[in-house]
Design a protein around this ligand. Structure first.
Ligand code: ZN
Length: 490
């Protein structure tokens, strides 16, 4: 497979030519959501980032097995080893079975993902369905001598591990620095060192979800599930492991430690991390009143929102930044994203209205290499969009009669749009501000024919009536030498 794709590998902190372990197969694992609340922008970004990676790898001809998990167990408050399971807490507060909470929010997560036009992963395993495998991995790590039991809980022995391997290779942290860290937290007395992390936790009486194990009635540590589910479905060594930057430490660092302790090598060849989204320059947080769910974006019902924004506007907004850059949400930024997206989608529609010339006065074929190079450069979606805007300018000049394109080149431009904007960046063709473009186009064609007929019969009352009524709907009708044209007012 001839590919010039370069991926920034968080493990080496540099861009590398992508060479899969077993081409044409590619295994990709991405950490999915914990399902105890509605998805927000912080969920949309990794979902969209790795959806584009998935789409592009398939476009290059790879056979991708994409695994994205659902965390439905053992994920404690503040991602610590202590505290209450978030799902258990929600279940207790709402007097539901934990699995009712899981089902409810998993369904809503899937609905949001479909709205954002995210392709379904190949496998979507749930942590609660892999307790036996998690217990087995704990046993293996204990047998290798890198874990110890204390009062029914099992902890990973980071200090021992670091003598044989390198704890901190992904995050760049040094163990010496970690000695200072969170030593005095309550309930940490069972651990030899504060940075040791739980592989198995004995459940306290409040904990509703628990399972039988050789050590106690309890539940697995959070980091364990991803090690288990990635190796089960992709093998002990696979190509890409992805997730948000917030998961790099401790979650992914711990996954690497678990895999090395169990198998003697790293699980993934490439580690990819999307950066985080800030809101008006601030970190997103439930306590900061800037925590906006996707459903609130789509309905506009949140005090920080000026109005509703469509799922495709959110998608376009996220793709306007490179995935490794921070991205700041504001109403102005979303409005600008919406305007930009509509412009590109409108251009696609305009191509069909252009009368082809015998020859072309501009080169549109060069845009293909530009777009491909941008994607090959670590999935640089903002640069792809910049090229599509340039192409849009060319198309509009042709439409205005200032440049010309042959039938061949018109088709080429249209296919290029379709490939990059719709297939690879995943913008939905039919959705712009009006909803279903194809339906609207058909309706408008019929209405304008009736108006044309009325004018021909000198029935100007009817013709003007149609124009004025459309005007009220913000549809502007213009009479041109080529017949009536329409557009939606800005
Ligand atoms: Zn994970």
């Amino acid at each position: 497979m001839e590919s010039k794709l370069q991926i920034y590998n968080s493990l080496n902190r540099k861009k590398e030519i992508f060479e899969p372990l077993n081409p044409p197969h590619v295994g990709m694992y991405v950490c999915g959501p914990t399902v105890y609340g509605d998805a927000h922008l912080g969920h949309a970004r990794p979902a969209i980032t790795f959806d584009v990676v998935f789409r592009y790898l398939r476009h290059l001809g790879y056979k991708v097995r994409y695994v994205r998990n659902i965390t439905d167990v053992g994920h404690l408050e503040d991602d610590a080893d202590e505290g209450e399971d978030k799902i258990t807490k929600k279940a207790r507060v709402e007097q539901l079975e934990p699995m009712e909470v899981v089902k409810y929010y998993t369904d809503r997560y899937h609905q949001n993902m479909d709205q954002l036009n995210i392709l379904h992963p190949s496998i979507e395993p749930m942590a609660s369905g892999h307790i036996i495998e998690q217990i087995e991995l704990v046993k293996t790590i204990m047998n290798q001598g890198y874990a110890y039991e204390k009062d029914g809980s099992v902890y990973f022995d980071v200090e021992k591990y670091n003598k044989d391997y390198h704890y901190g290779k992904l995050s760049g942290r040094k163990l010496e620095d970690l000695y200072q860290y969170t030593r005095e937290l309550s309930g940490q007395k069972e651990k030899r060192n504060s940075f040791d992390f739980a592989l198995w936790k004995k459940a306290d009486p409040r904990h509703i979800m628990h399972w039988t194990s050789p050590w106690s009635e309890g539940f697995p540590g959070w980091h364990l599930e991803c090690s288990v589910m990635s190796s089960k479905y992709l093998g002990e060594r696979f190509d890409i492991h992805g997730g948000g930057m917030d998961l790099l430490f401790p979650h992914h660092e711990c996954e690497i430690a678990q895999s090395n302790a169990a198998t003697g090598h790293d699980p993934a060849k490439y580690w990819m991390h999307n950066n985080l989204i800030t809101v008006n320059g601030q970190k997103m947080g439930k306590s900061l009143k800037n925590f906006i769910t996707l459903n609130e974006f789509f309905s506009g019902e949140h005090e920080s929102l000026d109005r509703a924004y469509s799922p495709m506007t959110i998608r376009f907004f996220i793709l306007q930044a490179h995935y490794r850059s921070t991205l700041d949400f504001s109403n102005d930024a979303l409005a600008a994203a919406e305007k930009g997206m509509n412009k590109l989608v409108d251009t696609y529609r305009v191509i069909d209205e252009i009368k082809p010339s015998d020859s072309s006065s501009v080169d549109v074929k060069r845009f293909e290499a530009l777009c491909r190079n941008a994607m090959d450069d670590d999935f640089n979606t903002p640069v792809v969009l910049a090229h599509l805007f340039d192409l849009s300018r060319v198309i509009n000049q042709v439409y205005a009669g200032k440049e010309k394109l042959s039938a061949n080149d018109l088709k080429f431009a249209k296919d290029l749009y379709s490939t990059y904007l719709f297939d690879l960046l995943g913008i939905r063709k039919e959705e712009n501000k009006t909803g279903d473009t194809a339906l609207l186009n058909g309706l408008m064609e019929t209405i304008l024919k009736i108006r044309q007929e009325a004018k021909k019969n000198k029935d100007y009352t009817t013709a003007d009536y149609i124009r004025d009524e459309l005007n009220k709907l913000n549809i502007i009708v213009k009479d041109t030498p080529d017949g009536a044209k329409w557009e939606i007012g800005r």
